[in-house]
Design a protein around this ligand. Structure first.
Ligand SMILES: Cc1cc2nc3c(=O)[nH]c(=O)nc-3n(C[C@H](O)[C@H](O)[C@H](O)COP(=O)(O)O)c2cc1C
Length: 403
């Protein structure tokens, strides 16, 4: 009996201590979530809103508002648009030379492939809105490669003409609004014959070729190329510095940049996203090159071991027009895959043209492009295990340029 007040006191002290620890943890968690931007509206996601395009009544701006959802290397969205002042049905697409990633893309090949992705998205939107979209690629001629940046700003990639056409239709419109890239593991379900045939048929009207490979031998070989490419890239300081420079770790930074990488790219969403952003803002070492390399390797490793098939897009040579054609085909492939319940992720490292990648670059071409073709895209394909978060997009008006 004499022990009872003592017991109460001990219990009270335990409760007070637990309460204090929980309070401090709660305050800490709250502070991390606030630093991580939990109360900051994500304006960088506005273009994903299905009514976003309605802010303009000009059909050209309406289709461009959809095309900004297209995938692009490093999510640079290297696109500029000029509206023809003399013809309300015409716009010009230019590559934006201020948005290049020269370390991983020294020849700007992926930047030009990304132009094709934009055009494919634009066409699907046009068809949904009742227009056909026709493309004249490089109407003023291809780039002057000796002064590429200047040439990009002077010569359009495409002259796009919209024409009212009640006969057009698309199955892929709602796929525009689903994240293009899914870096998570996929289920073990193989692609069905119908899926493979429908996807392969997309190349019928293209200058680029598409192969879908799922033999055991191809799966092993291509998976190994994916892993080797990632290992080499993570050891290339110019590439890691380039990625770090376009990584945005807070909601404020993402609202400003609206392009590049963020934690969503690793599949992080909800509270976890704000928590992670808060942590890496408070402790930047958590997101240094070593951590980045470890993440990239683990992600690729898990990816290639949980993939149903690979897709390879190649072109007979490697002209700028072919690169655009490859990008159009890639985006059609990716959009239609989503319509069929599939997703994909490019594994571009091994196709990159910097010196330390030369050996696996030559090896994959020797094996999968033996007649001197250029492999423009290597992607893993499968049935998703998770819905992947959408990533930052620029405001449509920021793409506009005067001639
Ligand atoms: C030419 C090109 C190359 C790409 N290479 C890679 C890659 O190697 N690894 C990867 O995970 N994603 C790659 N992507 C996907 C982009 O990173 C992605 O489109 C961009 O970050 C926007 O994200 P979203 O596609 O999910 O909207 C590539 C995309 C394009 C168009």
């Amino acid at each position: 009996m004499s022990h009872t007040p003592q017991k109460h006191r001990v219990r009270r002290i335990v409760f007070i201590t637990i309460g204090a620890v929980a309070g401090v943890l709660g305050l800490g968690l709250g502070a991390i979530l606030i630093v991580g931007g939990v109360f900051v509206p994500a304006t960088y996601l506005q273009p994903w809103n299905v009514t976003y395009y309605q802010q303009s009544t000009d059909a050209r701006m309406q289709v461009v508002a959809h095309a900004v959802l297209a995938p692009s290397g490093h999510n640079m969205q290297p696109w500029n648009v000029v509206l023809d002042t003399a013809d309300a049905s015409v716009l010009y697409l230019y590559a934006d030379p201020s948005r290049l990633t020269p370390a991983v893309d020294p020849d700007s090949r992926q930047t030009v492939v990304s132009q094709g992705a934009f055009l494919a998205y634009l066409r699907v939107a046009a068809e949904e809105l009742g227009y056909s979209a026709s493309f004249e690629l490089f109407p003023d001629g291809s780039y002057d490669e000796t002064d590429l940046k200047k040439s990009m700003s002077q010569r359009p990639v495409a002259r796009v003409t919209l024409a009212k056409d009640p006969s057009v239709a698309t199955e892929d419109y709602s796929s525009l609004f689903i994240s293009d890239t899914n870096r998570a593991p996929y289920t073990a379900a193989p692609l069905t014959r119908a899926q493979t045939e429908a996807l392969t048929a997309l190349a019928d009207n293209s200058a680029a070729r598409l192969s879908i490979l799922s033999d055991k031998q191809d799966m092993t070989t291509l998976g190994a190329f994916g892993v080797e490419g990632t290992l080499i890239e993570t050891q290339y300081p110019a590439a890691t510095a380039e990625s770090a420079a376009v990584f945005h770790g807070t909601e404020q930074a993402k609202n400003e940049a609206r392009s590049g990488f963020a934690v969503e790219g690793q599949g992080t969403t909800g509270f976890k996203k704000y928590f992670l952003q808060g942590l890496i803002t408070a402790f930047p070492a958590l997101n240094d090159d070593t951590a980045g390399a470890r993440n990239a390797i683990a992600l690729t490793d898990a990816g290639v071991h949980n993939t149903a098939a690979y897709g390879l897009i190649s072109t007979p040579a490697n002209t700028r027009t072919e690169q655009v054609e490859a990008g159009i085909l890639y985006a059609q492939f990716s959009l239609h895959a989503r319509t069929l319940g599939l997703v994909m992720q490019p594994l571009s490292q091994v196709l990159q043209e910097y010196p330390t990648m030369a050996v696996p670059y030559a090896a994959i071409h020797a094996e999968y492009a033996p007649e001197g073709q250029t492999i423009q895209m290597l992607v893993r394909v499968g049935t998703p295990t998770i819905e992947y978060p959408v990533s930052m997009r620029r405001d449509v008006t920021s793409l506009l340029r005067t001639p």
